[in-house]
Design a protein around this ligand. Structure first.
Ligand SMILES: [Ca+2]
Ligand SMILES: [Ca+2]
Length: 402
């Protein structure tokens, strides 16, 4: 019976095996041992393969003979890969809805050239330290999400961005963008919501990827506002920031009355040193730890006396001024921003400086100050950054128009 069985198996064996004599080897008495050897070799080969692949994924020993894995070190890896990708992107900042610029490649990049308009000379005068570029609406809508901050509110995340589009452009002042198809038509197919006709705002989900002509639309650099979740917040950013601004108008804060006599004395001597009136000036005080040394600093917004009804300065014959200062616990005063103009009897210009937000935007441990420079029917937003020598530089700027 055994022989019969063996013969049947021989007959069923593939002809090619029989010709090569392999079948004898396969069916031999020690076939089990041989197959185990083959299996062991297979397992060893697989284990070797797995080790090599692991090294390549970690960017470790990707050898020259493996050029296709040479980029592995630059590819996002599973742990923190998304974070790595995020940190390579510019971080965008919006002050009261207006794009002021970004932090990218380790530097500030302003949305408009850093400077002041010199009305007498009829030209821009450079101010600040940094560069600027044109931003596209496409890069703003590519933001994964937006972190928004406002007074007395917990920071929150918003996944919606809105802005106005018109037939001839973005915003209301961009006739040079007139085109066919209109800007509205270009963007409507990407919008999550298009309101009733004649209402210009379009609502977009974050992120939205624009393509073609739509991807080339520049963010207007004059009087153009983004809102996020329906609001223009004090501050919005594409990455979380260290938000301060906790104690505003500290003199008026309920039971926590703070004696500001030292700060007021410092302000008054500061003004007198500059030949400016120290009577009736307008003072706004914000208290917080700007430099992470666990001691509060005082941000002092000092504006010249004003007529409450008209908003013009009210000290006849005195030069009007606006200052943003930081007062440290040792009595040191630093000038963040200053503007004075000679008194003019035909005084029609209004200007004042206000703090919109204080936050460490670039995560270096020192807060930047976001200021609103209000002028007569025009104005600017500035982001001021403290330098190592204690000076403050304007690093980002937006033109807020009306
Ligand atoms: Ca401090
Ligand atoms: Ca900072």
């Amino acid at each position: 019976m055994v022989c019969d069985d063996s013969a049947r198996k021989d007959a069923a064996a593939p002809a090619v095996f029989r010709r090569a004599g392999l079948w004898e080897w396969v069916k031999g008495e020690i076939w089990m041992k041989r197959w185990m050897l083959v299996l062991l070799a297979l397992v060893l080969a697989l284990a070797l393969c797995a080790c090599t692949t692991g090294e390549q994924e970690n960017g470790g020993n990707a050898g020259d003979e493996q050029p296709e894995t040479g980029d592995a070190a630059n590819d996002p890896v599973e742990d923190g890969g998304a974070d790595q990708d995020e940190t390579d992107r510019p971080i965008y900042y919006f002050v009261e809805g207006q794009l002021v610029g970004s932090w990218e490649d380790g530097q500030w990049v302003s949305a408009v050239p850093l400077g002041n308009w010199d009305g007498d000379a009829g030209e821009w005068v450079s101010a600040g330290d940094g560069t600027d570029r044109t931003f596209t609406v496409a890069e703003i809508l590519a933001m994964e999400r937006c972190y928004v901050y406002d007074r007395e509110m917990n920071p929150t995340v918003v996944l919606q961005c809105e802005f106005p589009t018109y037939s001839d452009g973005l915003g209301g002042f961009m006739d040079e963008y007139e085109r066919e198809p209109s800007v509205s038509e270009l963007l409507d197919s990407y919008a999550a919501y298009v309101p009733e006709e004649s209402y210009p705002d379009r609502v977009f989900s974050l992120p939205t990827v624009l393509e073609g002509e739509a991807a080339e639309l520049a963010v207007p650099n004059y009087s153009f506002y983004f809102s996020f979740g329906g609001q223009t917040w004090a501050l919005a950013a594409s990455q979380p920031v260290e938000w301060l601004n906790a104690s505003r108008n500290v003199e008026e804060w309920g039971d926590d009355v703070v004696d500001l006599s030292a700060q007021r004395a410092a302000v008054e001597s500061y003004l007198q040193e500059r030949g400016l009136t120290a009577e009736g000036y307008d003072l706004e005080v914000v208290r917080d730890d700007l430099n992470s040394d666990r001691t509060d600093e005082y941000i002092l917004l000092v504006n010249s006396p004003r007529d409450d009804a008209l908003g013009f300065w009210s000290a006849d014959g005195e030069d009007p001024y606006a200052f943003a200062l930081v007062y440290y616990s040792d009595g040191t005063l630093e000038t963040v921003y200053e503007r004075t103009i000679p008194y003019n009897e035909d005084a029609t210009e209004l200007f004042s400086i206000h703090l919109v937000a204080a936050a460490d935007l670039n995560g270096d441990g020192t807060a930047e100050l976001c200021l609103r420079d209000g002028r007569w029917e025009w104005g600017f937003y500035y982001v001021m950054a403290r330098q190592e020598d204690g000076s403050w530089q304007r690093v980002l700027q937006a033109d807020n128009g009306m």
